[in-house]
Ligand binder design. Structure first.
Ligand SMILES: [Zn+2]
Length: 553
């Protein structure tokens, strides 16, 4: 760090550091916020309903929030990222993965439904844990919460009282934004029916502020997706007696959890959308400044869509891929890097099936890495930005030396010649990509080789696939071609490196009256029965003995 760290303090090159600066400026101008962060720290918050397999798009939010919290800690702030599972939301839609017996739970909170897989506390627990179990792999550091548990332990009691005492104000806000709708008429609270356990089917009909009791009805026809039991009763709204409707809940979480920053997908930030109303309720009912990127007066911008798998995946599955499956398409490390380097407001549609997307991603990552370790020169802005991207996208601690680099396309060649790690390492030594790897480096290369193998089998364009011939083939070869091949064999048998051999191949072609491209094609035909193939010089060196055998005949 040293000198550069001093400089990067005065000059902001990464979007997360800009967010941190904006938040700090805001706190400095607001006594209330100053007191809040002194007492509770900088709370970066996100939430997700575990209604089924969680889409990769939500993962973008998790990484954005993790990166912001890290950038805050880098500035010496006491910051943490809290992710809450909105597990008290009602189950409102069957999906084809579920057993039909789940239909009876429509209307019930996700946390009160059985897990579709053994070993989890509930339906909500299963789908949420599926994702959070992968957080370490993605380098996401978060504290987890259950929103249902927060209701149950009374964290929302105070805001419930305020919201219900100010129900008319909330109804007015709904009316102002949406006109005469259900929200402008109903009490802003959904109790859990004590008879049937459903939360999606109830309406609160009366709030007795003195006794702190709500009267409610469990309706048969409130929503088309679930049928209530008709029970009418009264209960305390506190300690898990129910929940706020979503938009009100969002506004109550901010003062309850002392949130200073919470992004969400851009679909929440549309004009008059859920963020707009949550801001109005936070301001007018709770007198709480809405978290960054919103202000009292403006919603700000949410983060953009993130899809993995491109059109092919989103159309075949209908709903895109889950966060938990995303690492089948690129290593977590590369996905994290992609999200850290891209501003939240830019769309990302990453398609591993699209020719070079993955190769390009690896190349960009490696370049960032070389810049970070001072192995590649660039202008100062690129330098500062690349350093920050590398620091913020790193998983675990940074290495003191630069990890070994080898392009995906090259590793794919190695993986196709030799699935055996030790042999592969020898080839990478021969091609000059590694020298004497220690165990950590071997492990690193192995991970890359594993993915390269996957890439070639599942995603790579045909031009990157080949099979090395086992035995020489009968081909008609002219005298000058024969002579050129012999010269190549001689060169290969001398102790030559890839770069010199590359020059030598051109020399040999010329010396025998051939165009270099003709000579290349001839070699590929002999070696892999194709017109084109991997970079010839380093390929020949990696398969030296086999190459000599094939070329001699
Ligand atoms: Zn009921």
């Amino acid at each position: 760090m040293g000198e550069m760290a001093e400089e990067s303090k005065t000059r902001i090159s990464h979007w997360a550091d800009q967010v941190v600066k904006d938040v700090i400026d805001r706190v400095e101008q607001d006594e209330f916020l100053k007191e809040m962060v002194d007492k509770h720290g900088y709370i970066v918050y996100d939430e997700k309903t575990p209604s089924g397999k969680i889409h990769i798009g939500a993962g973008r939010g998790w990484i954005i929030h993790d990166v912001i919290a890290k950038a805050m800690r880098d500035q010496g702030l006491n910051a943490k990222f809290i992710l809450s599972s909105d597990d008290i939301d009602p189950f409102d839609k069957m999906n084809s993965d579920l057993d039909p017996s789940y239909e009876k739970y429509l209307g019930v909170p996700f946390r009160d439904m059985p897990s579709p897989v053994d070993g989890y506390k509930s339906f909500a627990d299963y789908y949420f844990t599926q994702c959070t179990d992968k957080f370490e792999e993605f380098g996401i550091e978060a504290e987890f919460e259950s929103t249902g548990e927060q209701y149950a332990n009374g964290a929302f009691n105070e805001t419930i009282k305020i919201a219900l005492d100010n129900a008319d104000k909330i109804k007015e806000i709904y009316y102002r934004l949406y006109g005469d709708t259900i929200g402008s008429k109903r009490l802003p609270f959904n109790p859990i029916c004590e008879k049937c356990g459903k939360i999606g089917t109830t309406i609160a009909t009366e709030w007795d502020s003195e006794r702190e009791i709500i009267k409610y009805k469990c309706m048969e026809d409130l929503v088309p997706w679930a049928k209530g039991c008709g029970y009418e009763g009264e209960r305390s709204p506190y300690d898990g007696g129910g929940k706020f409707p979503w938009k009100v809940e969002w506004a109550t979480k901010w003062p309850t959890k002392k949130v200073i920053c919470e992004y969400a997908g851009k679909d929440h930030f549309t004009k008059g959308g859920s963020r707009t109303i949550a801001i109005a309720i936070a301001n007018e009912v709770f007198n709480f400044p809405p978290p960054y990127p919103s202000t009292k007066f403006a919603t700000g911008k949410g983060y953009e869509f993130f899809t993995v798998g491109g059109k092919k995946m989103s159309t075949s599955k209908g709903r895109g891929i889950g966060f938990v499956d995303s690492t089948q398409y690129a290593p977590a490390k590369m996905l994290r890097y992609m999200l850290v380097r891209t501003r939240p407001h830019a769309v990302i549609d990453f398609d591993p099936y699209n020719g070079n997307d993955l190769m390009l991603l690896y190349d960009r990552f490696d370049r960032t890495e070389r810049i970070y370790y001072g192995e590649e020169k660039c202008d100062e802005n690129t330098y500062l930005n690349s350093r920050r991207i590398y620091e913020l996208s790193s998983i675990g601690k940074l290495w003191e030396r630069m990890p070994p680099q080898a392009p995906l396309s090259h590793l794919a060649v190695v993986a196709q010649i030799s699935p055996d790690l030790d042999n592969a390492l020898e080839m990478l030594k021969a091609s000059g990509h590694i020298e004497a790897p220690d165990d950590e480096e071997k492990e690193y290369i192995k991970d890359r080789l594993d993915f390269a193998y996957r890439w070639v089998n599942e995603f790579a364009p045909d031009q990157y696939k080949f099979t090395l011939r086992e035995t020489p083939t009968k081909m008609s070869i002219s005298d000058s071609e024969r002579k050129a091949l012999n010269e190549l064999v001689n060169a290969l048998e001398s102790d030559i490196d890839a770069r010199s051999l590359h020059d030598k191949i051109y020399e040999i072609a010329k010396g025998n009256g051939m165009k270099p491209s003709e000579f290349f094609s001839l070699c590929y035909k002999i070696l892999i029965d194709r017109e084109k193939g991997p970079r010839l010089a380093s390929f020949l060196i990696m398969i030296k003995e086999q190459a000599v055998r094939l070329l001699k005949n």
